[in-house]
Ligand binder design. Structure first.
Ligand SMILES: [Zn+2]
Ligand SMILES: [Zn+2]
Length: 310
């Protein structure tokens, strides 16, 4: 995405450096901390690009780290949780290389009516002494929830707009049903057929103090092809990053970790809220680099300036 090939000798040197970095992974066994078949989504991007063989943890209760439907609260930031999950995989399997992914869903920062899916993919490599977390944010998600009195309401098309079931991509993507108020019965997860859905909605509405059922998309990877697609894409990005060596210590995993804001106003030079540069960092040593914007923009329009356009 938007990467420029370095011309001539630069490209050759870069691919040599990549081949050298790949040697640090090729032939190694890696564990994916998952109960939801993520090793299958990652087999192609990580297995092929890095030459590692992936297996899932045989006995991992990732629910102890928190669940999507909220029965167990999730302590720590998503980045902390995803690294903890990968480390859990290392401990359980006695491996030296582990991957784990973690999703969160919420309102779009600049478009409050649309929802975004943020997925993080972590790599912990004890041999190289690195922890790398690669993020992706996308609106390509079916994440949604609704409260209904009966199952028929899920197929309603308000003003001709798609119904909840259509937006949720049911039944190729699973649903979760629970009482809207109170916890008299447990959530029913992984629903993928009409009969089970009708049964679960009726039972949940009956058990709820307000006689309504809450229906949510089930975002677990094995039940959500859209999320699996995002995980595959993210696997490619992580592989590319792991193949990039630190210019100082040559550790794998050199890459962007933050955006630096404050692009100066073209007229008066005051820093604005616009991005100025990317911060690239090594996961092992202190090496850091500020890379100017890829679009070459070095100044912001005075319209963005707090002084020129207060
Ligand atoms: Zn370094
Ligand atoms: Zn200005």
């Amino acid at each position: 995405m938007g990467r420029h090939r370095r011309p001539g000798g630069g490209a050759v040197m870069a691919s040599l450096a990549r081949a050298e970095t790949r040697e640090r992974f090729a032939g190694r066994a890696a564990v994916v901390a998952t109960m939801h078949g993520k090793e299958r989504s990652l087999a192609l991007p990580l297995g092929v690009a890095l030459g590692v063989s992936l297996r899932a943890t045989s006995d991992l209760d990732t629910d102890v780290l928190g669940t999507f439907s909220g029965e167990v609260p999730r302590p720590g930031s998503p980045a902390e949780i995803v690294v903890r999950k990968a480390r859990l995989g290392l401990e359980l399997e006695g491996a030296t290389l582990a991957f784990a992914s973690e999703a969160s869903f919420g309102p779009h920062p600049s478009a409050p009516f649309s929802l975004v899916h943020q997925e993080l993919l972590a790599c912990v490599d004890l041999e190289q002494g690195i922890e790398v977390v690669e993020p992706v944010v996308t609106v390509d998600t079916n994440f949604a929830s609704v409260t209904v009195a009966d199952v028929g309401a899920l197929a309603d098309r308000p003003h001709g707009r798609p119904s909840f079931l259509e937006r949720a991509h049911f039944p190729s993507h699973a649903l979760i049903v629970m009482p809207s108020v109170g916890r008299r019965i447990a959530p029913v997860k992984g629903i993928r057929d009409d009969a089970s859905l009708a049964r679960a909605v009726a039972a949940a509405a009956c058990a709820s103090e307000d006689h309504l059922a809450r229906v949510e998309t089930d975002m677990r990877a094995h039940l959500n092809p859209m999320r699996r697609r995002v995980i595959r894409r993210l696997g490619l990005r992580l592989a590319r990053r792991l193949l990039t060596a630190c210019p100082d210590c040559s550790a794998p995993g050199w890459g962007a970790v933050a955006v630096s804001y404050g692009l100066p106003c073209r007229v008066c030079g005051t820093p604005t809220a616009q991005p100025r540069a990317l911060i690239l960092r090594c996961p092992r040593c202190d090496a850091q680099e500020e890379r100017p914007r890829e679009d070459g923009l070095v100044a912001a329009s005075p319209g963005e300036c707090p002084v020129c356009n207060p």
